[in-house]
Design a protein around this ligand. Sequence first.
Ligand code: ATP
Length: 364
Amino acid sequence: MGQLSLEHITKEFGDGENHVVAVDDLNIDIEDGEFLILVGPSGCGKSTTLRMIAGLEPPTKGDIVLNGTPVTQRKPKDRNMAMVFQSYALYPHMTARENMSFGLKMTTEMPAKEIDERVKNASRLMGIEDLLEKKPGELSGGQQQRVALGRAIVRDPEVFLMDEPLSNLDAKLRTTMRTELQDLQQDLDVTTIYVTHDQTEAMTMGDRIAILNDGELQQIGTPAECYQEPANQFVAGFIGSPSMNFFDTTLGDGALSTDDFTVTLPESVKAELSGHDSEFVLGIRPEEILSGDEAVDHPDSFSIEVNVVEPLGDVTYLYTEFGGSEVTISVDRNTEINPGDQVTVALPAAEIHVFDRDTGNALV
Ligand code: ATP
């Protein structure tokens, strides 16, 4: 069992001018066996949150509750959680086998035979049976991370805490390990909290993602929910690559407009926006902007000049500027558009997101 709740978790550092609220009143319930990704930009409080859960940092306020019991005052070794670090944190003078068994030897009365058995099982799971007598210096980064994961597994914890465990690996290995970790998490069915700033990891690995900014929870939901229904402009801009395009627009005559374009709104959206000021931020993802033949018959179509064309193999991005913003448009890889070309585009009303210009909260 590993049902974990963060209740009003807050962490402040420093005084006076140096005062920082690193984590601000965080409330999250994590289900038993769930894979939760904590994601956000540098400095948003991800690592501090994980360190508080692990017991490496006391919260200023709030409680960490495991299976209904507060563990906030418990030492890290008494929480039944295992942490995996970005830097692997292996003891350099010990072999892989010793690294994996050391924690159990030091903190439990477990018989040596059972420890050996656990190391054997974990090393089989991680595919490192042949590396057990080697020291970290003799292992590649990927192999070291496998040992670090094996060390977490042998402890048979109720919760795995992972702090950017793949970020020191090269891109190809990272992709392989991402899938392996997902499979492993499913097989072991252990509650896992995984910190990353990499949004591909966030979108592909977890059951749910919790998005933090400035120490505050912005949204928690499945990757699809956060992508399709971002709670605010921050989430909309953070989730999805390339980022959503944003425009400052004015509501009038049933449409949202800039000097360059108009998006005629359906009745439902008009109703949603009535009662607000007339200024809104309109958001649309690069892949939702119609271009070329798809756009010519659209009643709100208009013409733009393409500045840069970036073919990436499976997709091509057009970079341009209109409505007072820099804009990215995603088009078919076989496009024959060149820099300097005029292209007809349209922003379909069904695909737009509308945000309050003051609060950034999503309205549509
Ligand atoms: P990154 O992705 O860069 O690791 P993060 O999201 O993990 O960032 P944290 O390391 O949790 O962010 O830091 C959150 C905030 O708290 C930052 O403003 C950071 O400077 C501050 N902070 C973290 N640890 C300390 C500390 N020991 N003393 C003072 N301030 C700290």
